[in-house]
Design a protein. Structure first.
Lengths: 219, 219, 219, 219
DNA sequence: GATGAATGAGCTTTCATTCAT
DNA sequence: GATGAATGAAAGCTCATTCAT
């Protein structure tokens, strides 16, 4: 069952035909083609024909590397969310100014989340989640949930250090992450438009930090 | 071009064949069938066959009422976001306790946004937005944006009345709306799971109100 | 499971989409096209494309009338073996000369079994039987077995009437039917050649009757 | 043209690439794999992929040893019918009891013909005969026809020796061979079932001998 | 107005075959 | 000599759409 596949534990090797060493270059070509086509058209909207053409390989070759359209899609999403996870910046735990840490983190995160290609990924994965729950879950765990966990851990640290007063660090993390967006992500998700002005984003981040510090900073 | 269609200005009448008065009952049947199928399978994943079967009409009849699959989908989304817009409760401007107003509003909104059928709509529309930007925009304007505008207007009122201190009411509205979600909407969007416990949602709403009041309430 | 389908109980109606009355002419066209293509190329060798072209309908239409290639093939074989069964002539029980009855029957049967189109059917069905046992069994029951049963019943009558002495009428029937062939059927089955000369067949029939009467006629 | 190939005159050597001495072990492996796959799935139903996998060699290697799928199939059938021919037991010309000779021969032949793998071969070859007449003919000549010829030669001997009275030894041979089957071969051909009970086969053989001796034994 | 039969383009996938290594 | 990566044609099948009734 596709539902039971744990995407996070798969390595690229397991996508390949057993005991066969396929061409790495071709593999990259195919995944790149799949990325372009799937992210543009969605799972159902994309055709293997298109993927083959964009990847510059024959349709048959697609099936040498991947068992099915679904398998290719899953491999792609796996690949993508690995990049996503790697992207998540760490917190500078040595920096004593919590507001500064959050501001830096917020700006970095927003810059990434508002990239058109990330928006396309979100769109594609959320649509696919209805059909392939495992894919949606893997993306959620490695992306939003992972980020929230890291942030909550940072908060716990600061609470112990007496720099913050928070009773529910998880909820606090989620709400800070949501507030950061200031509607910009939703607008891009639905409106297919250019990313917002850099200063609008920075202002949203600044206000989110302000709001957060107003509640959770010790008086 | 689908990009130029302005969904918000269309009335149901303009979908119909010119100069013919079609059966309203059939029309409702078709839209209900389309709702079930499109929201379950997405635009590309749905087939007109399924829509016809679920609606209980013949495939030919579908094309009597709608020019194409795309036209039917657009009509459906239009219908849906009209319901959505109607759903958005008003603010009790007479109630002097702002925190209470926001809490009531927040709970009502979250209860609606976390309905599985609303999640399905969000998924479907965001996926379709890549192909049919007009649909995404119409949904955004009538849904999230409309809500933010109403909330911002309420904030302006309260600022004038001296009950709140806000310099950017729009940003404040958006951030309050985002903070309300506390990650629950994202989880449902990606994870195909049951709506969260009622008390978890209420806690998220309460904290969002607290956070908001901490920054914007006059000292 | 295809294995459990009882071909003999199906009527033509059940092949059709439920509650839909499809065009009889088209149905006949399709079955005729299928007959030509399947009997010439076998199940695996035939393509639905070819069937559609030979039948003079579109590929899509094939699937309006039949759910799958296998379903079409099964319907065809059902149709064919109905014709086959009808073909089996009765025995003139009033005729007192048993040898004459057997000679007439043998000649009629051989004339039918050696028809190129019957040979093609035997080839196709026996090959398909490995994949679809139900088809092979249905053909066997309605063809060879049915014939053997009828013949055995006739023998029983003659035994009771004192015209023949047979202890195992079933075995006697089978061996008479086999002896009739005199290698001609095998030659056509493997050699793709013209049916043998009429007099060669008649001689084989005559010898088979002789042989049969030599053992089973009362002295 | 495949029609003009005379399988009976080919030796294994001519299948091989000119002037190369290929590995005999590999050759056997391939033919064994081909036997398993072709006899199970038929010519059209079998894939070179399956043959390669079952044979334990690479797909490329198949084409080193055989020019094409058809060539491999022909080589296999050639191989098979050589085994078949070798299988045909000789007649004990010294044994004075003709009925005993025929009974021994009949039992040995039936035991062989009813082997599931022989049935599979008959099915596969008869199906292939429509497409590759040369294959069907080669099988017929080396199998049924060869057997009938040997038997007819034995009959001639016995006629000359005064042990039998037969005017057409060829027809007599064929009819004895057919009568032996008693329907058992047909049943297995169409019904994909277990071989019949040993005693049922022996009874059929005994009756066939009886019937034969009743006509052709001198009074 | 409503139907459902019919279509043909296009879908995912398989397969016999080739070729560089 | 043996391999397996790569191919493109063709397979079975689906689907949005049209049209005669």
């Amino acid at each position: 069952m596709s539902e039971t596949i744990d995407l996070t534990d798969r390595t690229a090797e397991t996508d390949r035909a057993a005991s066969v060493r396929l061409n790495d270059e071709k593999m990259r070509q195919i995944l790149e083609g799949a990325r372009r086509v799937f992210l543009a058209d969605g799972f159902d909207g994309a055709s293997m024909n298109d993927v083959a053409r964009v990847a510059g390989v024959s349709k048959g070759t697609l099936y040498v590397y991947f068992q099915s359209k679904q398998a290719l899609f899953e491999a792609l999403i796996r690949e993508e969310h690995r990049r996503t996870a790697e992207r998540l910046s760490m917190f500078d735990e040595a920096e004593p100014d919590v507001a500064l840490v959050l501001t830096r983190f917020g700006n970095a995160l927003m810059n990434f989340m508002l990239l058109p290609e990330h928006i396309a990924l979100v769109r594609t994965v959320s649509a696919a989640a209805a059909k392939f729950p495992a894919i949606g879950r893997a993306f959620f765990d490695a992306g939003p949930q992972y980020g929230a966990d890291r942030l909550a851990a940072y908060f716990s640290q600061q609470v112990e250090a007496g720099a913050l007063f928070i009773d529910d660090v998880n909820l606090a993390a989620w709400q800070f992450l949501e507030a950061l967006q200031g509607g910009h992500l939703k607008r891009m998700l639905f409106c297919v438009c250019e990313p917002p002005q850099q200063d609008a984003v920075e202002k949203a981040v600044a206000r989110a930090v302000e709001m957060f510090m107003a509640v959770y900073r010790p008086k």
